[in-house]
Design a protein around this ligand. Structure first.
Ligand code: G3P
Ligand code: MG
Length: 250
């Protein structure tokens, strides 16, 4: 039985309401709020570093143009990833995944979403596994992707990690599908998350964490559906809605 006390709160892209998405400012805020988990997106720049960034294109959330895949790390680091959100965040950088791993340090669950479409990063599974190999809290990681070939490769190469099937459709027999790569989590788009699907998953021991669930009506619906976690842009209001103590350091 999941309720307001036990449902897990995930900060989507670090929490998009309070800081520029996928930045250290957002992740710090999420940790200060003591969320249960942080979701972020990973891609690879031209010099091979894994960086935390959502769109394949730089233009919406930085002052740069072009593809993440085409810029070097030095070029990427010169970009401002904060001003588009608010001038208060001017100078915020695109973080590396390594920096975020160091910051989080097992203090909460970290859901690493591997982006591999529309831009395909050949071998990104190996880069990710090499990076998280030394993370001292592997049991707190959930690796997810819309590219299920990535999930299958991760399962074959490193079955010790927890995987989440990401999807925006109502799938037939999700538990059987998830079992093909040993995934213990299902992360559906909230629009395609239904009580029968949640029930089916629970019977198979699979936890369901839908995204992106914003606002009180949606949070109520998610709780009624007995989802295990709620991935939201607005973790602070969700914590208040759930009646959880908030300990934000200013
Ligand atoms: O991982 C859940 C969610 O983040 C997937 O969609 O586009 O926000 O990365 P997107
Ligand atoms: Mg994501």
């Amino acid at each position: 039985m999941v309720d307001a006390k036990t449902v897990k709160v995930f900060a989507h892209r670090g929490g998009r309401e309070w800081a520029p998405e996928n930045t250290m400012a957002a992740f710090r805020q999420a940790l200060d709020l003591r969320v249960d988990g942080i979701e972020l997106d990973v891609q690879r720049c031209s010099t091979g570093e894994l960086v935390v960034f959502h769109d394949e294109d730089l233009s919406r959330t930085t002052n740069g143009v072009g593809l993440v895949a085409d810029v070097s790390f030095d070029e990427l680091r010169r970009l401002d990833a904060g001003s588009w959100f608010d001038k208060e965040f001017k100078g915020e950088k695109v973080p590396t995944l390594e920096e975020v791993l160091n910051l989080v340090g097992g203090k909460c669950i970290l859901n690493i979403e591997v982006k591999n479409a529309p831009v395909s990063y050949e071998g990104i599974e190996d880069d990710l596994l090499a990076l998280i190999e030394s993370y001292p809290h592997p049991e707190t990681l959930i690796l997810s992707s819309f590219d299920h070939y990535v999930l299958r490769n991760l399962a074959q190469k490193a079955p010790q990690y927890q995987l989440a099937v990401l999807a925006d459709a109502v799938l037939i027999d999700l538990p059987a599908y998830a079992a093909t790569f040993g995934a213990r989590y299902f992360h559906p788009c909230f629009d395609s998350c239904r009580p029968d699907v949640v029930e089916q998953c629970h019977q198979a021991g699979i936890c369901v964490n839908p995204w992106t669930v914003n606002g009180r009506k949606a949070w109520s619906r998610a709780l009624k559906m007995q989802v295990d976690g709620i991935v939201t842009d607005d973790p602070e209001d969700l914590m208040v809605f759930l009646g959880r103590a908030v300990a934000v350091t200013v």
